[in-house]
Ligand binder design. Structure first.
Ligand SMILES: [Zn+2]
Length: 278
């Protein structure tokens, strides 16, 4: 008997009613994870912390590269440590997505150890050179390391792909090929009518699915994302105007940092230019 996992993230988006433009994120089985966001904030918060998240993942990739072959129990310890690391920085969405997918990996490794040694593609690839030898059913040490490294690399790759899609979608990337139409598949989704209210529910297991679904919701809300001209962070303009230049980050006194500093820079630049031409 195989052990499996059905954990998923659920993203619910309301287009009407008192929760209009709200996204809820929770897990399908008993878990105390529940978050509520104004539409677009999931995308903005994930992409603005992109570099910090990648840095943490890279640290664990290096760690696993240097490590001696781990048992599954030891691997779980390393993984829990990674989750703790992410949650200290408040990267809860990332930690939940990793947990959901790690559960699958963990069951795969368990199944490989106990049952279907040959049914797993990645394991076959890892075994490579010992295929065809009588030791074929002997678990080769090092597979948990190998599989975990691939797991983190895959996650990084899909995060980076999804980031590119979102940036192209809102014309905020530096790539000039903006005339290529974007086509992508949304994750499994249900539309729900209740009491004249309409909502969408998506079943999500990957960062790509989450960012694509959320991007679609943002379009449904007729909102968009801009890049701050001062700090480079993404933000959703409250005025819904494309001309807005600066994000809303505030200093400890409640003043808008980027608007003030950005305008000051422009003032100095103009002054320098008019001095030159005089
Ligand atoms: Zn800014």
């Amino acid at each position: 008997m195989k052990i499996t996992s059905n954990k998923q993230l659920i993203l619910k988006f309301y287009t009407t009613g008192k929760n209009k433009n709200i996204e809820e994120l929770y897990i399908n089985d008993f878990d105390n994870f529940y978050q509520k966001y104004e539409v677009g904030n999931i995308i903005v918060s994930l992409l603005n912390s992109y570099n910090d998240i990648i840095q943490i993942l890279d640290k664990y990739i290096r760690k696993i590269d240097k490590s001696t072959p781990l048992t599954l129990a030891e691997l779980i310890k390393v993984f829990k440590n990674l989750i703790k690391n992410l949650e200290t920085k408040k990267f809860y969405i990332i930690s939940k997505l990793l947990e959901i997918n790690f559960n699958k990996l963990r069951y795969r490794i368990e199944n490989i150890e106990k049952y279907d040694l040959l049914a797993d593609k990645e394991y076959n690839k890892f075994q490579g050179n010992i295929l065809g030898t009588p030791e074929i059913y002997i678990r080769k040490r090092g597979f948990p390391n190998y599989a975990f490294k691939n797991f983190l690399l895959r996650f990084k790759r899909s995060f980076s792909n999804a980031k590119n899609i979102v940036e192209k979608n809102f014309n905020i990337d530096n790539n000039r090929d903006t005339n290529i139409p974007l086509k992508y598949e949304l994750p499994k989704m249900f539309v729900e009518y209740f009491d004249n209210n309409l909502s969408y529910t998506y079943y999500i297991t990957s960062i790509t699915d989450l960012l694509l679904a959320s991007t679609y919701n943002l379009h449904l809300s007729k909102k968009f994302i801009l890049k701050c001209e001062y700090c480079g962070d993404l933000f959703i303009p409250k005025t819904n105007k494309k001309e807005q230049k600066y994000c809303y980050s505030k200093d400890e006194y409640g003043n808008y940092i980027c608007r003030n500093k950005g305008r000051k820079n422009i003032w100095y630049r103009n002054k320098a230019q008019s001095n030159k031409s005089n």
